[in-house]
Design a protein around this ligand. Structure first.
Ligand SMILES: NC(=O)c1ccc[n+]([C@@H]2O[C@H](COP(=O)([O-])OP(=O)(O)OC[C@H]3O[C@@H](n4cnc5c(N)ncnc54)[C@H](OP(=O)(O)O)[C@@H]3O)[C@@H](O)[C@H]2O)c1
Length: 240
């Protein structure tokens, strides 16, 4: 049985993934923005569950989250699920927090929530305000960057399986009530990759509904991967 950290587990796809992992017998460390917003997660995981609050746009809270995971005994897998679709949090929450947690939380299997919309992102790094004091990137840009981070990781951490998942357009707060795709299928792939029991998951790729897909061409560009990791290392002071 695996120990899995799920970020943004208080609602939507993260809550669904946490529930599915717990039902499969795994130990879930659930991250939520605050304990007040973790009521549903507490009901899913039970009173004894490890629920760690952190505002992911605050760098000190992201580091405290990593320390709390270590204190709880570490994990085998991380699902970087938390995300925002607009506002100043786009880079801090969608890209910087996953980078910092990747640097500080050792795990054999790492899953990043991407989006089909990453294909509309721009592969540029100039002028990005990683602190989010100003909005310098779109949602699509951020998902292109985090998908590129996922693709860069196996070169930097041999032996780590690093995957990015497009969950489809599903009915969560972000996706909206009318979203056409299936919510269960929306978290199935992340759970399957985090569990790591199927030999097909022992790889690093971009996925949609348990099928590998070809991402934006820049994702596989090692020069772009290196420039992204350099920029995030410089911004955070943390090495992968
Ligand atoms: N839904 C879709 O159709 C769709 C499609 C493609 C990709 N995705 C990706 O799937 C992931 C999950 O999305 P979702 O649809 O489940 O959206 P959601 O229902 O809005 O859930 C997002 C989660 O992230 C957390 N979060 C956001 N900002 C945070 C912050 N600053 N600090 C801490 N936690 C924060 C939220 O916490 P609160 O509840 O406290 O805000 C929530 O638990 C995201 O990465 C999203 O980009 C979703």
């Amino acid at each position: 049985m695996a120990r899995v950290l799920v970020t943004g587990a208080g609602s939507g796809l993260g809550l669904g993934a946490a529930r599915e992992l717990a039902e499969d017998g795994h130990t879930v460390l659930g991250h939520a923005r605050s304990l007040e917003r973790a009521g549903d997660l507490r009901r899913v995981l039970g009173e004894q569950a490890v629920i760690i609050p952190a505002e992911l746009s605050d760098p000190s809270e992201v580091r405290a989250l990593a320390a709390a995971v270590a204190e709880a005994g570490g994990v085998d897998a991380v699902i970087h699920n938390a995300g925002v679709i607009d506002g100043r949090g786009i880079l801090p929450v969608n890209v910087v927090a996953p980078y910092v947690l990747t640097a500080l939380v050792p795990a054999e299997r790492v899953v990043y929530l991407s989006s089909g919309m990453h294909r509309g992102g721009h592969p540029r790094l100039d002028g990005l305000d990683w602190d989010g004091l100003t909005t310098t990137a779109s949602y699509s840009d951020s998902k292109l960057l985090v998908t590129t981070l996922a693709a860069a990781l196996p070169r930097l951490r041999p032996g780590v399986f690093s995957n990015a998942v497009d969950p489809g357009w599903v009915p969560t707060r972000m996706g909206g009530r009318g979203a056409p795709d299936d919510l269960q299928l929306g978290h199935r792939t992340q759970v399957w990759l985090a569990e790591g029991e199927d030999p097909a998951t022992r790889t690093s790729a971009y996925w949609h509904h348990q099928r590998q897909q070809r991402p934006h061409p820049s994702v596989g560009d090692e020069g772009f991967q290196d420039r992204l990791v350099d920029a995030l290392r410089e911004h955070t002071g943390l090495d992968l």
